[in-house]
Design a protein around this ligand. Structure first.
Ligand code: ATR
Length: 290
């Protein structure tokens, strides 16, 4: 842990609630390993106090902030600048101090990409099944389209929401890259190939650990890799079903690690090696079981 003195910078997390966050584990370990004189603390921000929190943080010379639920979109009006990716996604999870205020970034999606790279999962040229059409799925659809996915098939309970995302992404890319189906319409997909599936619904998250958004083995036989964005539990029913049917299964805990790593790199200008990231990941696993 960094020894606090007169030259210590503060970084922190604003959200409500913040009590279960892993971010202090990520950033305080990174600070201590890279020799930066930075401490990272959680800030519980009550409803209605977001603007005061951002202004107060700036006034207190706070170097950088993470932003979590429910403020990732609400924080945008209080920023002095916003990165184009965050703007397009409409969600900011990282604030970087500039001369005039904070610039907002989204490191969740680059974090997912870096986690996928670590896990040996490639997006380029893939036909990808995206499960879900909420806020997270929308951002994932943008990320996949931006990174060379050949085709994205969104399966969602409510097809209107999926269609809205498809229209947006297709307009952005200028190609009909996204198509939409109901959950059980996976049966109509070409079966002469295997797909990468990204699980971006909330189904299977603690405490509903015995559920997966699609439960038939037939679906899991169509995929070579399942990537679940959920990390609590680490092994969701979705991942169990992937593995049972011979597909690779990955969880979202490394995405959480890498969104933090990328935020830390933005605040400090340091670059964090994969080796150091893995050391921090080990600490996150210990903290999760504590
Ligand atoms: P987030 O911001 O985390 O993406 P969200 O916007 O509430 O959360 O989206 C949750 C996703 O999980 C949606 O795709 C939702 O499906 P609908 O769009 O039909 O609501 C999906 N989801 C949640 N519970 C579900 C359930 N029991 N069965 C199928 N899909 C479910």
């Amino acid at each position: 842990m960094v020894e606090i003195n007169g030259n210590t910078y503060t970084c922190g997390l604003i959200g409500n609630p913040v009590e279960h966050t892993m971010s202090p584990v990520i950033h305080n370990n990174l600070a201590s390993a890279t020799g930066e004189n930075i401490v990272y603390v959680p800030f519980h921000v009550e409803t209605g106090r977001l603007e005061a929190a951002v202004k107060g943080a700036f006034g207190l010379n706070i170097l950088g902030m993470n932003v979590t639920v429910p403020y990732k979109s609400d924080v945008i009006p209080f920023l002095s600048d916003i990165d184009p990716l965050a703007q397009r996604i409409g969600a900011v999870n990282t604030l970087v101090r500039t001369e005039n205020g904070y610039k907002g970034y989204n490191t969740d999606m680059p974090g997912l990409l870096r986690a996928m790279k670590h896990d040996g999962v490639s997006v380029e040229g893939e036909q990808i099944i995206l499960l879900g059409a909420g806020g997270v799925a929308r951002a994932v659809a943008m990320l996949l389209a931006d990174n060379g996915a050949e085709k994205i098939i969104i399966l969602n309970r409510t097809t209107e929401k999926a269609q809205k995302i498809a229209d947006e992404v297709n307009e952005y890319t200028g190609k009909e890259i996204v198509e939409v189906k109901k959950l059980d319409e996976y049966k109509s997909l070409a079966s002469d190939r295997k797909y990468l599936a990204v699980q971006a619904t909330s189904v299977g998250m603690y405490p509903n650990v015995d559920e997966a958004v699609i439960e038939e083995d037939e679906f899991y036989n169509m995929i070579h890799t399942g990537y679940d964005l959920i990390f609590n539990p680490l092994e969701t029913k979705f991942i169990k079903l992937c593995r049972k049917n011979g597909a690779n299964g990955f969880h979202g805990y490394r995405m959480l690690l890498y969104q933090g790593v990328i935020a830390y790199e933005l605040w400090t200008g340091d670059s964090v090696s994969d080796e150091l990231a893995e050391q921090v990941y080990e600490k996150m696993l210990v903290a999760m079981n504590a």
